[in-house]
Design a binder for this molecule. Sequence first.
Ligand code: NAD
Length: 400
Amino acid sequence: MRIGIPAEIKPAEYRVAITPAGVREMVEHGHQVLIEAGAGEGSAITDAAFEAQGARVVTGAAAVFGEAEMVLKVKEPQPAEVEMLREGQLLFTYLHLAPDPELTRGLCGSGATCIAYETVEDTRGRLPLLAPMSEIAGKIATQAGAFMLEKPLGGRGILLGGVPGVAAANVIVIGGGVVGMNAAFIAIGMEADVFVFDKSIDRLRELDVDFAGRCSTVYSTTLAIEEMLPRADLVIGAVLVHGARAPFVVRREQLALMKPGAVLVDVAIDQGGCFETSRPTTHQDPTFEVDGIIHYCVANMPGAVPITSTHALTNATLPYATALADAGVTAAVRRDPGLRLGVNVAAGQVTHPAVAEGVGMSSVPVEDALNLDKPPADGPQTGHIDRFEARRREHAEARE
Ligand SMILES: NC(=O)c1ccc[n+]([C@@H]2O[C@H](COP(=O)([O-])OP(=O)(O)OC[C@H]3O[C@@H](n4cnc5c(N)ncnc54)[C@H](O)[C@@H]3O)[C@@H](O)[C@H]2O)c1
Protein backbone atom coordinates (compact mmCIF):
# COMPACT_ATOMS: atom_id res chain seq x y z
CA MET A 1 0.00 0.00 0.00
CA ARG A 2 1.07 3.61 -0.57
CA ILE A 3 0.99 5.42 2.78
CA GLY A 4 1.09 9.21 2.84
CA ILE A 5 2.01 11.46 5.76
CA PRO A 6 1.35 15.19 5.28
CA ALA A 7 2.76 17.90 7.53
CA GLU A 8 0.21 18.91 10.18
CA ILE A 9 -1.30 22.32 9.41
CA LYS A 10 -3.51 22.93 12.45
CA PRO A 11 -2.10 25.96 14.32
CA ALA A 12 0.44 25.08 17.06
CA GLU A 13 0.51 21.39 16.10
CA TYR A 14 4.09 20.08 15.97
CA ARG A 15 3.54 16.32 15.96
CA VAL A 16 3.90 14.05 12.92
CA ALA A 17 2.05 10.78 12.32
CA ILE A 18 5.07 8.49 11.76
CA THR A 19 8.67 8.22 12.95
CA PRO A 20 11.66 6.80 11.06
CA ALA A 21 11.13 3.55 12.99
CA GLY A 22 7.57 3.41 11.65
CA VAL A 23 8.77 4.05 8.10
CA ARG A 24 11.21 1.15 8.45
CA GLU A 25 8.44 -1.21 9.65
CA MET A 26 6.15 -0.21 6.80
CA VAL A 27 8.87 -0.59 4.19
CA GLU A 28 9.82 -4.00 5.59
CA HIS A 29 6.16 -5.00 5.21
CA GLY A 30 6.43 -4.13 1.51
CA HIS A 31 4.66 -0.75 1.62
CA GLN A 32 5.68 2.59 0.14
CA VAL A 33 5.83 5.64 2.41
CA LEU A 34 5.53 9.21 1.13
CA ILE A 35 6.21 12.09 3.50
CA GLU A 36 5.69 15.78 2.94
CA ALA A 37 8.99 17.65 3.19
CA GLY A 38 9.41 19.20 6.63
CA ALA A 39 6.62 17.14 8.23
CA GLY A 40 8.87 15.97 11.07
CA GLU A 41 10.53 19.30 11.78
CA GLY A 42 8.36 20.20 14.81
CA SER A 43 9.30 16.87 16.39
CA ALA A 44 13.00 17.22 15.56
CA ILE A 45 12.88 14.54 12.82
CA THR A 46 14.64 15.52 9.59
CA ASP A 47 13.60 14.58 6.05
CA ALA A 48 16.93 12.78 5.78
CA ALA A 49 16.09 10.59 8.81
CA PHE A 50 12.87 9.50 7.11
CA GLU A 51 14.63 8.95 3.78
CA ALA A 52 17.32 6.85 5.45
CA GLN A 53 14.62 4.34 6.42
CA GLY A 54 13.12 4.20 2.92
CA ALA A 55 10.54 7.01 2.81
CA ARG A 56 10.11 9.17 -0.29
CA VAL A 57 10.00 12.86 0.64
CA VAL A 58 7.68 14.92 -1.58
CA THR A 59 6.93 18.64 -1.74
CA GLY A 60 3.48 19.83 -0.70
CA ALA A 61 0.44 18.13 0.80
CA ALA A 62 -1.24 17.74 -2.61
CA ALA A 63 1.46 15.29 -3.69
CA VAL A 64 0.86 13.21 -0.55
CA PHE A 65 -2.94 13.20 -0.76
CA GLY A 66 -2.80 12.66 -4.52
CA GLU A 67 -0.76 9.46 -4.37
CA ALA A 68 -1.56 7.92 -0.99
CA GLU A 69 -4.01 5.07 -0.55
CA MET A 70 -3.88 5.58 3.23
CA VAL A 71 -3.32 9.04 4.73
CA LEU A 72 -1.86 8.96 8.25
CA LYS A 73 -2.26 12.14 10.27
CA VAL A 74 -2.34 13.42 13.85
CA LYS A 75 -5.10 16.05 14.03
CA GLU A 76 -8.48 16.18 12.33
CA PRO A 77 -8.22 17.26 8.68
CA GLN A 78 -8.48 20.98 8.08
CA PRO A 79 -10.81 22.23 5.27
CA ALA A 80 -8.02 22.29 2.66
CA GLU A 81 -7.16 18.67 3.55
CA VAL A 82 -10.79 17.50 3.39
CA GLU A 83 -10.91 18.82 -0.17
CA MET A 84 -7.96 16.61 -1.11
CA LEU A 85 -9.48 13.35 0.23
CA ARG A 86 -11.11 11.09 -2.33
CA GLU A 87 -13.30 8.04 -2.68
CA GLY A 88 -11.57 4.78 -1.86
CA GLN A 89 -8.89 6.51 0.24
CA LEU A 90 -8.37 5.62 3.90
CA LEU A 91 -7.80 8.32 6.54
CA PHE A 92 -6.40 7.28 9.95
CA THR A 93 -6.09 10.12 12.50
CA TYR A 94 -7.72 11.84 15.53
CA LEU A 95 -11.09 13.11 14.27
CA HIS A 96 -13.23 14.30 17.26
CA LEU A 97 -16.26 14.48 14.97
CA ALA A 98 -19.07 14.50 17.55
CA PRO A 99 -18.94 18.29 18.10
CA ASP A 100 -18.15 19.06 14.42
CA PRO A 101 -21.03 18.59 11.93
CA GLU A 102 -19.24 20.55 9.21
CA LEU A 103 -16.18 18.32 9.21
CA THR A 104 -18.38 15.22 9.43
CA ARG A 105 -20.35 16.31 6.36
CA GLY A 106 -17.09 17.09 4.56
CA LEU A 107 -15.67 13.64 5.29
CA CYS A 108 -18.92 11.94 4.20
CA GLY A 109 -18.79 13.95 0.97
CA SER A 110 -15.19 12.90 0.29
CA GLY A 111 -16.12 9.21 -0.01
CA ALA A 112 -13.03 8.27 2.04
CA THR A 113 -13.12 5.70 4.85
CA CYS A 114 -12.21 7.60 8.02
CA ILE A 115 -10.94 5.84 11.16
CA ALA A 116 -10.63 7.90 14.34
CA TYR A 117 -7.80 7.13 16.77
CA GLU A 118 -9.97 8.18 19.70
CA THR A 119 -12.72 5.60 19.19
CA VAL A 120 -10.50 2.55 18.60
CA GLU A 121 -10.79 0.20 21.59
CA ASP A 122 -8.73 -2.70 22.86
CA THR A 123 -10.17 -6.00 24.05
CA ARG A 124 -10.80 -4.54 27.52
CA GLY A 125 -12.76 -1.59 26.20
CA ARG A 126 -9.89 0.85 26.84
CA LEU A 127 -8.80 3.53 24.36
CA PRO A 128 -5.25 2.51 23.33
CA LEU A 129 -4.70 5.44 20.97
CA LEU A 130 -5.78 8.03 23.55
CA ALA A 131 -3.88 6.54 26.48
CA PRO A 132 -0.40 7.81 25.49
CA MET A 133 -1.69 11.39 25.34
CA SER A 134 -3.35 10.96 28.75
CA GLU A 135 -0.07 9.69 30.18
CA ILE A 136 1.71 12.78 28.91
CA ALA A 137 -1.05 15.19 29.99
CA GLY A 138 -1.02 13.68 33.48
CA LYS A 139 2.72 14.18 33.85
CA ILE A 140 2.55 17.73 32.50
CA ALA A 141 -0.35 18.54 34.86
CA THR A 142 1.86 18.19 37.93
CA GLN A 143 4.85 19.92 36.31
CA ALA A 144 2.68 22.84 35.18
CA GLY A 145 0.91 23.00 38.55
CA ALA A 146 4.23 23.08 40.42
CA PHE A 147 5.42 25.93 38.18
CA MET A 148 2.21 27.94 38.52
CA LEU A 149 2.45 27.68 42.32
CA GLU A 150 5.56 29.89 42.14
CA LYS A 151 4.86 33.42 43.41
CA PRO A 152 6.00 35.31 40.28
CA LEU A 153 3.49 33.28 38.27
CA GLY A 154 0.61 34.20 40.58
CA GLY A 155 0.73 31.08 42.78
CA ARG A 156 0.90 30.85 46.58
CA GLY A 157 4.66 30.52 46.49
CA ILE A 158 5.05 26.98 47.85
CA LEU A 159 7.53 24.31 46.76
CA LEU A 160 5.76 21.04 45.99
CA GLY A 161 8.20 18.82 47.85
CA GLY A 162 9.04 21.17 50.74
CA VAL A 163 12.51 20.90 52.34
CA PRO A 164 13.70 19.29 55.57
CA GLY A 165 11.83 21.02 58.38
CA VAL A 166 9.23 22.61 56.07
CA ALA A 167 6.09 20.74 55.05
CA ALA A 168 5.47 19.62 51.46
CA ALA A 169 2.49 20.93 49.47
CA ASN A 170 -0.81 19.03 49.33
CA VAL A 171 -1.75 17.79 45.85
CA ILE A 172 -5.28 16.54 45.20
CA VAL A 173 -5.90 14.53 42.05
CA ILE A 174 -9.61 14.07 41.25
CA GLY A 175 -10.03 11.12 38.85
CA GLY A 176 -7.49 8.31 39.19
CA GLY A 177 -7.50 7.00 35.60
CA VAL A 178 -4.60 7.28 33.15
CA VAL A 179 -4.18 11.06 33.57
CA GLY A 180 -4.69 10.95 37.33
CA MET A 181 -2.28 8.09 37.91
CA ASN A 182 0.48 9.80 35.94
CA ALA A 183 -0.15 13.13 37.67
CA ALA A 184 0.04 11.41 41.06
CA PHE A 185 3.17 9.53 40.03
CA ILE A 186 5.02 12.78 39.31
CA ALA A 187 3.65 14.50 42.43
CA ILE A 188 4.85 11.60 44.57
CA GLY A 189 8.22 11.78 42.81
CA MET A 190 8.41 15.48 43.68
CA GLU A 191 7.73 14.51 47.30
CA ALA A 192 4.37 16.28 47.68
CA ASP A 193 1.64 14.89 49.94
CA VAL A 194 -0.75 13.34 47.43
CA PHE A 195 -4.45 12.41 47.65
CA VAL A 196 -6.16 10.64 44.73
CA PHE A 197 -9.97 10.76 44.56
CA ASP A 198 -12.04 8.42 42.38
CA LYS A 199 -15.61 7.16 42.21
CA SER A 200 -14.43 3.63 41.39
CA ILE A 201 -13.40 1.63 44.44
CA ASP A 202 -11.77 -0.96 42.19
CA ARG A 203 -9.62 1.78 40.67
CA LEU A 204 -8.68 3.05 44.15
CA ARG A 205 -7.68 -0.50 45.09
CA GLU A 206 -5.42 -0.73 42.03
CA LEU A 207 -3.82 2.64 42.81
CA ASP A 208 -3.28 1.66 46.42
CA VAL A 209 -1.36 -1.41 45.30
CA ASP A 210 0.52 0.39 42.49
CA PHE A 211 1.67 3.24 44.73
CA ALA A 212 2.35 0.95 47.69
CA GLY A 213 0.80 3.41 50.12
CA ARG A 214 2.85 6.41 48.93
CA CYS A 215 -0.36 8.39 48.34
CA SER A 216 -3.76 8.41 50.04
CA THR A 217 -6.75 7.18 48.06
CA VAL A 218 -10.11 8.76 48.79
CA TYR A 219 -13.59 7.78 47.64
CA SER A 220 -14.80 10.83 45.71
CA THR A 221 -17.88 12.59 47.12
CA THR A 222 -18.81 16.27 47.26
CA LEU A 223 -18.21 16.28 51.02
CA ALA A 224 -14.82 14.53 50.79
CA ILE A 225 -13.66 17.05 48.17
CA GLU A 226 -15.00 19.98 50.22
CA GLU A 227 -13.14 18.76 53.29
CA MET A 228 -9.84 18.59 51.33
CA LEU A 229 -10.09 21.90 49.45
CA PRO A 230 -8.99 24.12 52.41
CA ARG A 231 -5.76 22.07 52.64
CA ALA A 232 -5.06 21.90 48.90
CA ASP A 233 -2.22 23.75 47.21
CA LEU A 234 -2.68 22.08 43.82
CA VAL A 235 -5.87 20.38 42.57
CA ILE A 236 -5.67 18.36 39.34
CA GLY A 237 -8.98 17.55 37.63
CA ALA A 238 -8.72 14.29 35.63
CA VAL A 239 -12.21 12.79 35.61
CA LEU A 240 -13.80 11.15 32.59
CA VAL A 241 -17.20 9.63 32.13
CA HIS A 242 -16.91 7.89 28.74
CA GLY A 243 -18.80 9.69 26.01
CA ALA A 244 -20.19 12.36 28.35
CA ARG A 245 -19.35 15.93 29.25
CA ALA A 246 -17.06 16.08 32.31
CA PRO A 247 -19.01 16.43 35.59
CA PHE A 248 -18.23 19.45 37.79
CA VAL A 249 -16.25 18.24 40.79
CA VAL A 250 -15.49 21.77 42.10
CA ARG A 251 -18.17 24.49 41.94
CA ARG A 252 -17.51 28.22 41.94
CA GLU A 253 -18.73 28.75 45.50
CA GLN A 254 -16.25 26.07 46.68
CA LEU A 255 -13.29 28.19 45.50
CA ALA A 256 -13.89 30.28 48.64
CA LEU A 257 -12.81 27.25 50.69
CA MET A 258 -9.36 27.29 49.08
CA LYS A 259 -6.21 29.21 50.00
CA PRO A 260 -5.55 32.32 47.84
CA GLY A 261 -3.01 31.49 45.13
CA ALA A 262 -3.79 27.77 45.11
CA VAL A 263 -3.75 26.25 41.62
CA LEU A 264 -6.39 24.26 39.73
CA VAL A 265 -5.21 22.28 36.67
CA ASP A 266 -8.21 21.10 34.64
CA VAL A 267 -6.97 18.33 32.34
CA ALA A 268 -10.57 17.36 31.54
CA ILE A 269 -11.04 20.70 29.82
CA ASP A 270 -11.18 18.90 26.44
CA GLN A 271 -14.40 17.29 27.68
CA GLY A 272 -15.83 20.63 28.81
CA GLY A 273 -13.85 20.91 32.09
CA CYS A 274 -14.49 19.47 35.57
CA PHE A 275 -14.27 22.75 37.50
CA GLU A 276 -17.24 25.08 37.04
CA THR A 277 -14.96 28.08 36.54
CA SER A 278 -12.74 26.47 33.85
CA ARG A 279 -12.49 27.68 30.27
CA PRO A 280 -10.03 26.44 27.62
CA THR A 281 -6.64 28.17 27.45
CA THR A 282 -3.56 27.83 25.24
CA HIS A 283 0.13 27.17 25.85
CA GLN A 284 0.77 30.82 24.92
CA ASP A 285 -1.57 32.08 27.67
CA PRO A 286 -2.20 29.07 29.91
CA THR A 287 -3.72 30.54 33.08
CA PHE A 288 -6.36 32.91 34.42
CA GLU A 289 -7.56 33.74 37.90
CA VAL A 290 -11.03 33.39 39.43
CA ASP A 291 -11.69 34.44 43.04
CA GLY A 292 -7.95 34.36 43.80
CA ILE A 293 -7.45 30.81 42.46
CA ILE A 294 -5.12 30.22 39.48
CA HIS A 295 -6.70 28.09 36.72
CA TYR A 296 -4.54 26.21 34.16
CA CYS A 297 -6.84 24.77 31.45
CA VAL A 298 -4.75 24.04 28.34
CA ALA A 299 -6.82 21.90 25.99
CA ASN A 300 -3.89 20.24 24.15
CA MET A 301 -1.32 19.71 26.88
CA PRO A 302 0.74 17.06 24.96
CA GLY A 303 1.30 19.67 22.23
CA ALA A 304 3.91 21.27 24.50
CA VAL A 305 6.21 18.26 24.16
CA PRO A 306 5.97 17.17 20.50
CA ILE A 307 9.12 15.05 20.58
CA THR A 308 7.71 12.87 23.36
CA SER A 309 4.15 13.03 22.02
CA THR A 310 5.05 12.02 18.46
CA HIS A 311 6.94 8.95 19.61
CA ALA A 312 4.32 7.99 22.21
CA LEU A 313 1.48 8.39 19.70
CA THR A 314 3.17 6.52 16.87
CA ASN A 315 4.24 3.66 19.16
CA ALA A 316 0.52 3.14 19.77
CA THR A 317 -0.78 3.76 16.23
CA LEU A 318 1.86 1.80 14.30
CA PRO A 319 0.46 -1.72 14.91
CA TYR A 320 -2.98 -0.55 13.74
CA ALA A 321 -1.60 1.34 10.74
CA THR A 322 0.46 -1.71 9.79
CA ALA A 323 -2.58 -3.99 10.07
CA LEU A 324 -4.58 -1.63 7.84
CA ALA A 325 -1.79 -1.44 5.28
CA ASP A 326 -1.14 -5.20 5.27
CA ALA A 327 -4.72 -6.38 5.06
CA GLY A 328 -6.63 -3.41 3.67
CA VAL A 329 -9.37 -1.72 5.66
CA THR A 330 -12.12 -4.31 5.14
CA ALA A 331 -10.11 -7.33 6.21
CA ALA A 332 -8.37 -5.43 9.04
CA VAL A 333 -11.61 -4.25 10.66
CA ARG A 334 -13.25 -7.62 10.07
CA ARG A 335 -10.46 -9.22 12.10
CA ASP A 336 -10.29 -6.63 14.87
CA PRO A 337 -13.61 -5.53 16.39
CA GLY A 338 -11.80 -2.84 18.41
CA LEU A 339 -10.39 -1.28 15.23
CA ARG A 340 -13.86 -1.55 13.70
CA LEU A 341 -15.13 0.75 16.47
CA GLY A 342 -12.72 3.34 15.10
CA VAL A 343 -14.53 3.58 11.75
CA ASN A 344 -16.46 6.87 11.98
CA VAL A 345 -17.26 7.45 8.30
CA ALA A 346 -17.45 5.00 5.39
CA ALA A 347 -19.16 4.90 2.01
CA GLY A 348 -20.30 8.50 2.44
CA GLN A 349 -22.13 7.83 5.71
CA VAL A 350 -21.51 8.15 9.44
CA THR A 351 -20.86 4.68 10.87
CA HIS A 352 -20.39 5.53 14.56
CA PRO A 353 -23.62 5.98 16.54
CA ALA A 354 -22.12 8.41 19.11
CA VAL A 355 -20.75 10.61 16.32
CA ALA A 356 -24.13 10.52 14.54
CA GLU A 357 -25.87 11.54 17.75
CA GLY A 358 -23.37 14.35 18.36
CA VAL A 359 -23.74 15.86 14.89
CA GLY A 360 -27.47 15.17 14.52
CA MET A 361 -27.06 12.89 11.48
CA SER A 362 -28.21 9.33 10.91
CA SER A 363 -25.74 6.45 10.95
CA VAL A 364 -25.47 3.11 9.19
CA PRO A 365 -23.81 0.03 10.69
CA VAL A 366 -20.17 -0.16 9.68
CA GLU A 367 -20.82 -3.78 8.64
CA ASP A 368 -23.22 -2.51 5.95
CA ALA A 369 -21.06 0.37 4.81
CA LEU A 370 -18.02 -1.88 4.35
CA ASN A 371 -19.93 -5.03 3.34
CA LEU A 372 -18.40 -6.90 6.24
CA ASP A 373 -21.08 -9.55 6.45
CA LYS A 374 -20.08 -10.90 3.08
CA PRO A 375 -17.61 -13.81 3.34
CA PRO A 376 -14.04 -12.51 3.25
CA ALA A 377 -12.23 -12.99 -0.03
CA ASP A 378 -8.86 -13.26 1.68
CA GLY A 379 -9.28 -16.03 4.21
CA PRO A 380 -11.03 -19.22 5.21
CA GLN A 381 -14.72 -18.87 4.49
CA THR A 382 -16.24 -21.53 6.73
CA GLY A 383 -16.72 -20.48 10.30
CA HIS A 384 -15.00 -17.13 9.91
CA ILE A 385 -18.15 -15.08 10.53
CA ASP A 386 -19.03 -17.20 13.56
CA ARG A 387 -15.58 -16.70 15.02
CA PHE A 388 -15.86 -13.00 14.36
CA GLU A 389 -19.25 -12.84 16.06
CA ALA A 390 -17.88 -14.71 19.08
CA ARG A 391 -15.02 -12.24 19.34
CA ARG A 392 -17.39 -9.32 19.00
CA ARG A 393 -19.60 -10.65 21.79
CA GLU A 394 -16.56 -11.26 23.95
CA HIS A 395 -15.39 -7.73 23.25
CA ALA A 396 -18.79 -6.22 24.12
CA GLU A 397 -18.93 -8.22 27.36
CA ALA A 398 -15.46 -7.09 28.34
CA ARG A 399 -16.59 -3.47 27.98
CA GLU A 400 -19.56 -3.82 30.35
N1 NAD B 1 -6.09 18.58 28.23
C1 NAD B 1 -5.41 17.66 27.56
O1 NAD B 1 -4.49 17.95 26.83
C2 NAD B 1 -5.78 16.21 27.73
C3 NAD B 1 -4.93 15.20 27.27
C4 NAD B 1 -5.28 13.87 27.51
C5 NAD B 1 -6.48 13.58 28.17
N2 NAD B 1 -7.30 14.61 28.58
C6 NAD B 1 -8.56 14.38 29.30
O2 NAD B 1 -8.30 13.98 30.64
C7 NAD B 1 -9.47 13.34 31.15
C8 NAD B 1 -9.09 12.05 31.85
O3 NAD B 1 -8.62 11.12 30.88
P1 NAD B 1 -8.13 9.65 31.29
O4 NAD B 1 -7.51 9.07 30.08
O5 NAD B 1 -7.38 9.70 32.56
O6 NAD B 1 -9.54 8.93 31.57
P2 NAD B 1 -9.74 7.56 32.37
O7 NAD B 1 -11.03 7.01 31.88
O8 NAD B 1 -8.52 6.74 32.32
O9 NAD B 1 -9.91 8.04 33.90
C9 NAD B 1 -10.99 8.82 34.36
C10 NAD B 1 -11.22 8.49 35.81
O10 NAD B 1 -12.19 9.42 36.32
C11 NAD B 1 -12.95 8.71 37.30
N3 NAD B 1 -14.15 9.50 37.57
C12 NAD B 1 -15.26 9.66 36.82
N4 NAD B 1 -16.12 10.49 37.44
C13 NAD B 1 -15.53 10.85 38.60
C14 NAD B 1 -15.91 11.72 39.68
N5 NAD B 1 -17.09 12.37 39.69
N6 NAD B 1 -15.05 11.86 40.72
C15 NAD B 1 -13.87 11.23 40.74
N7 NAD B 1 -13.46 10.40 39.75
C16 NAD B 1 -14.28 10.23 38.69
C17 NAD B 1 -13.18 7.37 36.64
O11 NAD B 1 -13.57 6.39 37.59
C18 NAD B 1 -11.80 7.08 36.05
O12 NAD B 1 -10.97 6.35 36.93
C19 NAD B 1 -10.37 13.14 29.92
O13 NAD B 1 -11.35 14.14 29.90
C20 NAD B 1 -9.43 13.28 28.76
O14 NAD B 1 -10.10 13.68 27.57
C21 NAD B 1 -6.96 15.90 28.36
